[in-house]
Design a protein around this ligand. Structure first.
Ligand code: AMP
Ligand code: ZN
Length: 484
């Protein structure tokens, strides 16, 4: 099956031909780790995770290298740490910065795993590649594409004639529309920072230009080169990164590596909006992935809402779509459950070679990640009348990352033979009440009920709006006794 992708660079949908079929290489710009991921940040993660899964399906699980970085040196991180210090937090500023990045990376990974994202093959942190960044900047200076001035190193934009090619615009047009920083030490206002000086209380590294820290763009160029080589297959990120970030990455990498291309295919996801409006703190419609999860919206529902819109179209998060996705998933899950699907069945299907994809589904998805078309095809697949006939649906759910663990289907009270009936009734009642409290946005009550279930050692899993439960290792009947 050939995959076709829309290449931003040529503004055309073309057949994807990897440089090396044995090792398909993709780089996606990752988050700056200063705060919880907002819902918009989940879009590139879900889009490129879906592409990663399709590439693995097509070329083999061990033949795709996906790199997504963490930007763990940035003024926003410093500002957050400084604010904490000023609020009286213990520790040096350096410790507070390290604490902030560690905690944010932990949150990010757990939130993205809840929306079904596989971990990329490599997740480099910028601060582990400072030496490579310094080497690349020195190389650019030697080749006259960059210069040092007043503790800074700057890229000489006019030295790279293809600057602007990704966006299809000339340097002059770009300057006119951009907020370029004018500084006395710049030869040209368009030149951008590769390295900048740090004050004593800012993170910094020794360099030929004094103690300082890298600019954001050079981080990706250095990490991509170190992990994927001078030219690789796919480079992705949000559309907001196309200019200047990606233009700058290309300029740095192509000039330092003396190549015509940094990546052969450039892909950009459109942005997320909320109920038709830009998501922003000032409009009061800003929320994080964690906020939604805590309100009881299951991760797979969030993921399906994203997949309902093509990645190159602006996407609107609405409550109506959330409901639609919840209903769809619920229907697919229940048809599989009705036909006896469980972790064991899927394991057996996989072992016997009967776990097969629907060619039409893969074909639709391979057409520039037409996820909404793929979902339409799944509605057809869900009409199958036999367990064997439903394999393509189950396979498709896994390929889209909507189910990562089929044991989800095993969680049903009927399987707990040792459970006294009254206890199952109490648990069911607590879960129903928790659902009602959430629907009424009574988070205090919902939390109280969740704590009760936790205290009793009952593990609750929410799948597609339906809660299932199992007694955990610390199951404690006595807690439920009191609620009989
Ligand atoms: P940042 O941490 O702001 O650099 O963003 C990390 C990633 O999230 C980048 O790929 C951005 O393009 C993407 N992103 C940020 N906001 C949105 C949004 N509202 N919709 C879609 N993608 C976004
Ligand atoms: Zn980048």
């Amino acid at each position: 099956m050939t995959i076709r992708l829309y290449n931003t660079k040529t503004r055309k949908k073309v057949e994807f031909e990897p440089i090396d079929q044995e090792n398909v290489r993709m780089y996606v710009c990752g988050p700056t780790v200063y705060d919880r991921a907002h819902l918009g940040n989940a879009r590139p993660v879900i889009v490129f995770d879906t592409l990663f899964r399709l590439l693995r399906h097509t070329y083999g699980d061990d033949h795709v290298t996906y790199v997504r970085n963490f930007t763990d040196v940035d003024d926003k991180i410093n500002a957050t740490a400084l604010a904490r210090k000023e609020a009286g937090a213990a520790g040096t500023l350096e410790e507070l910065i390290a604490e902030r990045t560690e905690e944010t990376i932990g949150w990010y990974l757990s939130d993205m795993s809840e929306v079904g994202a596989l971990e990329p093959t490599q997740m480099p942190r910028a601060t582990n590649y400072i030496a490579q960044m310094i080497a690349m900047i020195e190389d650019l200076i030697t080749k006259d594409h960059a210069y040092a001035a007043e503790g800074h190193a700057l890229f000489r934009v006019r030295s790279y004639e293809n600057y602007g090619a990704l966006s299809g615009r000339s340097v002059d047009d770009m300057i006119a529309g951009a907020r370029v920083e004018v500084a006395p030490f710049k030869e040209d206002p368009m030149d951008f920072v590769l390295w900048k000086p740090s004050t004593d209380d800012q993170p910094g590294w020794d360099s030929p230009w004094g103690r300082g820290r890298p600019g954001w763009h050079i981080e990706c160029s250095a990490m991509a080169k170190a992990l994927l080589g001078d030219t690789f297959d796919i480079h992705g990120g949000g559309l907001d990164l196309q200019f200047p970030h990606h233009e700058d990455e290309i300029a740095q990498s192509c000039c330092a590596n003396e190549t015509d291309e940094m990546a052969r295919y450039w892909m950009h996801n459109e942005m997320l909006q909320v109920e038709g409006k830009k998501m922003s703190k000032s409009l009061g419609n800003f929320f994080t992935v964690r906020d939604l999860l805590e309100q009881g919206v299951p991760g797979e529902v969030i993921r399906l809402v994203f997949l309902m819109t093509h990645y190159r179209k602006p996407m609107d998060w609405t409550d109506a779509k959330r409901g639609e996705a919840e209903k769809m998933l619920g229907e697919w899950m229940s048809v599989l459950q009705k036909h006896g699907y469980s972790q064991k069945t899927v394991d057996m299907l996989k072992a016997s070679g009967d776990w097969v994809a629907d060619a039409e589904f893969i074909g639709v998805l391979s057409n520039d990640l037409n996820t909404s078309g793929a979902i339409s095809r799944m509605h057809v697949l869900a009409k199958a009348k036999t367990a064997a006939g439903l394999v393509p649906l189950a396979h498709a759910m896994e390929t889209l990352g909507l189910v990562n663990d089929w044991s989800i289907l095993d969680l049903s009270p009927s399987q707990n033979d040792d459970m006294p009936e009254w206890a199952a009734t109490v648990i069911d009642r607590l879960i129903v009440e928790r659902g009602e409290a959430r629907a009424a946005k009574d988070w205090g009550e919902a939390d109280r009920l969740r704590d009760l279930l936790n205290a009793a050692g009952v593990q609750v899993t929410d799948v597609a709006g339906t809660a299932s439960w199992l007694p955990g290792a610390d199951f404690d009947l006595s807690v439920l006794e009191a609620l009989k």
